[in-house]
Design a protein around this ligand. Structure first.
Ligand code: AMP
Ligand code: MG
Length: 266
């Protein structure tokens, strides 16, 4: 799975990544035990992160409409202790947000120490949607890659670990999922005419994603390209990556501030 991590300083071409890849698994059933194992481990590690209270984890989820950002949050984060997690969806900026620099709304919701923050979309929209729709001049969004790298560096140098997942789906799979939203009454609420319009900009988004992945994958805040045509494999990859990274932190329960062996509860 290491191959999914974007090596800093490399030029990403999404053609090199198969959205339908399922690694060494052939079916959801085959991968089910592994996923269960990862989710249990995630629960254990989150508890440690929370107890230690010195570091935080920021998880960024990006991807085209219907790529599975909501589903990933529902499935992968289901086992987490709600007290230790925040989820923030980033929508079209409101008046208050638009009255500030684009990172203002982002920095406010980065995780507290001990916590995990999940971004459903993120500051990357400011070099994605904003770029595709020409919402600011080219030279403004161009400068943002560097700014985003600085911003993320401030976070990582201050004990916020950052993981960024690009949920990579094919255009055909997106079509299937959007059609499903039209067909299934239980999914109608998810359908938005805007998704149909956005889909027309597929090529421009792809280019914008390739640039964001190429410009902003760093050692301490890497991008992962997640094959996302198969939901079960997407969940597995995301869960496994988070577990690996948390394990690498060597989290420890903090030492008590005083000698507890002398304390008597009467
Ligand atoms: P959804 O995630 O389906 O609720 O849609 C949110 C919409 O908000 C998407 O179309 C995003 O592209 C859009 N969006 C999020 N952040 C920004 C931003 N900074 N500028 C413009 N559009 C944005
Ligand atoms: Mg949507």
């Amino acid at each position: 799975m290491k191959g999914l991590r974007v090596k800093p300083g490399t030029k990403v071409s999404l053609d090199d990544y198969d959205p339908a890849d399922t690694g060494r698994y052939r079916s959801a059933e085959e991968a089910a035990d592994k996923l269960r194992e990862h989710l249990d481990e995630l629960d254990r590690l989150q508890n440690l992160l929370y107890a230690e209270g010195r570091r935080a984890l920021l998880i960024v989820l990006q991807g085209m409409d219907a790529s599975g950002k909501d589903g990933t949050i529902r499935h992968v984060m289901s086992g987490l202790n709600p007290q230790g997690v925040t989820v923030t969806p980033f929508k079209v900026p409101n008046d208050e947000e638009r009255a500030h620099d684009y990172l203002w709304r982002v920095h406010k919701v980065t995780p507290r120490y001990g916590q995990i923050a999940i971004f459903n979309r993120s500051h990357y929209e400011d070099v994605l949607a904003v770029r595709v729709h020409d919402l600011v001049p080219r030279k403004v969004w161009k400068n943002r890659y560097k700014q985003i790298n600085f911003f993320e560096r401030i976070l990582t140098e201050n004990e916020v670990v950052i993981l960024k997942f690009f949920l990579h789906i094919s255009r055909d799979e997106q079509k299937r999922r959007l059609e499903e939203r039209l067909r299934d009454p239980k999914r109608h609420w998810k359908f938005s005419q805007k998704d149909v319009e956005e889909r027309r900009h597929w090529a421009a988004y792809r280019k914008a994603y390739e640039d964001a992945l190429s410009e902003c994958s760093s050692k301490r805040a890497p991008w992962y390209v997640v094959p996302a045509d198969h939901k079960w494999y997407r969940n597995l990859v995301v869960a496994e990556t988070i577990v690996e990274v948390l394990r690498g932190l060597d989290l420890k329960y903090p030492e008590p501030a005083e000698d507890l062996s002398q304390i008597v509860i009467d």
